[in-house]
Design a protein around this ligand. Sequence first.
Ligand code: PCA
Length: 332
Amino acid sequence: MTAKTPLLAGMAATLGFSLAISSTGAQAATEWDMPTPYGDRTFHTVNIREFADAVRERTDGELDITVHANGSLIGHPEIKNSVRRGIVPIGELIMSRLANENPIFEVDSVPYLAASYEEAGALWDASREIISEELGEQGLRLLFAVPWPPQGIYTQQPLTGPDDLQNLSMRAYNAASERLAQLAGAVPTQVEVPDIPTAFSTGRVDAMITSPATGADTQAWDYLSHFNHAQLWLPKNMVIVNEQAFSRLDEATREAVLEAAAEAEERGWAMSREETDEALAVLEENGIEVSEPTPELAEKLREIGDTMTSEWAEEAGEQGAAILEAYEAARQ
Ligand code: PCA
């Protein structure tokens, strides 16, 4: 039996989490709701559920995090502000969604700047501190970040060269995927993952940029036949927590969260790597033809990458230059 004390529950409600005090008063459990835009099948969701389990175990149930998948609690566009305002204490979102606030959040979505796990790791080392600081200024603490597998292009026809992309209605999920579609002569449309099947079945889109993972999770073979494993970039999801909510935890609980977060980051990167090959195999088993870019397409994508790298560097100014310098140094 648990009962909430009105005062604590009231305080908690303003911060968007609930405090349950057992009727004996001996044990206080904090309950946190954690929204993510992505579905149950996604390895990211599996990973954050393991993170929640680890926190529960390490704190003997004192901090109980419930993951709400598939944008069911809060839609993707609202997650960051909901955490900032304390409507929910913690949440997951794709980092590059914040590119409109500051281009440094989309450094992981510049084509061919960091297109392998090694490069993505070096880029994350080079950008983590500055990104954490930016979030910190908004009262947000970055707990961990995990990449999606490398991004490629799904189509309904074979993709033999750049001309095949002309005028396709291309599903995009951030500013970079939108810009790439534009530069390739396609017409971008933003569609969240849970809406992908409907967007295809209603003919709103006929191609998409995403990972083998998201193609497999959304059963891309129902509406697409080709995947070009172009390995453009590895965008990251991040888990952020409201600093005020975090600071109200006792020290041992805070420590437990940070340790579970570090483990989740390491585990998530390994899961992501494995997921790449597994999901490619699932796509093929279900009849999707997987190919690498032809030389003509590769050349065009590289050219688009160069354009987008210069555009990004210009917009990201000094902060961007500092990241690129640290990244270059890390790759030496
Ligand atoms: N899946 C997400 C983000 C990148 C990815 O691989 C999506 O398609 O929206």
